[in-house]
Design a protein around this ligand. Structure first.
Ligand code: 2BA
Length: 106
């Protein structure tokens, strides 16, 4: 089995969870915060058989969009502007697929 850890944008989380559960996958949704933007995002834990990984990846590709976000970087360097706004492209999804050593429900 595999454990899929997927970080998605909050805006996509509802559609993604709905699509995954409609296709019979089990999902846990965690409220998380991105370290760079310091803004809320959603981390999904999805435990699947090896053969189902491609199906989950297909759902994520369909439901998670790329978006542009802006953040303010504060500079402490003298002679530089004290703060500058930078543009970053976020998503679709950041996905880790891990081998699951053991799965059990007691
Ligand atoms: P954040 O850390 O808030 O990052 C949001 C977006 O900011 C990133 O989008 C990326 O475009 C940009 N970014 C992040 N760190 C940067 C840096 N040091 N310099 C310049 N730009 C930077 P994504 O790559 O799509 O990541 C979306 C969210 O997924 C991240 O939110 C973070 O919560 C998670 N994530 C991404 N890569 C990760 C990793 N290797 N390990 C753990 N979490 C990760």
């Amino acid at each position: 089995m595999k454990l899929i850890i997927a970080m998605v944008q909050d805006e996509d989380s509802e559609t993604t969870v709905q699509a995954l559960t409609e296709q019979g996958h089990r999902v846990t949704r965690l409220a998380t915060t991105g370290g760079f933007l310091r803004r809320g995002n959603t981390t999904l834990l999805i435990g699947v058989e090896d053969a189902q990984v491609d199906d989950v990846m297909g759902v994520l590709r369909q439901t998670c969009r790329r978006r542009t976000a802006f953040t303010t970087l504060v500079s402490e360097t003298p002679m530089m502007l004290p703060a500058s706004v930078v543009e970053v492209e976020v998503g679709g999804a950041t996905v880790f697929v891990l081998d699951m050593e053991h799965f059990e429900q007691v």
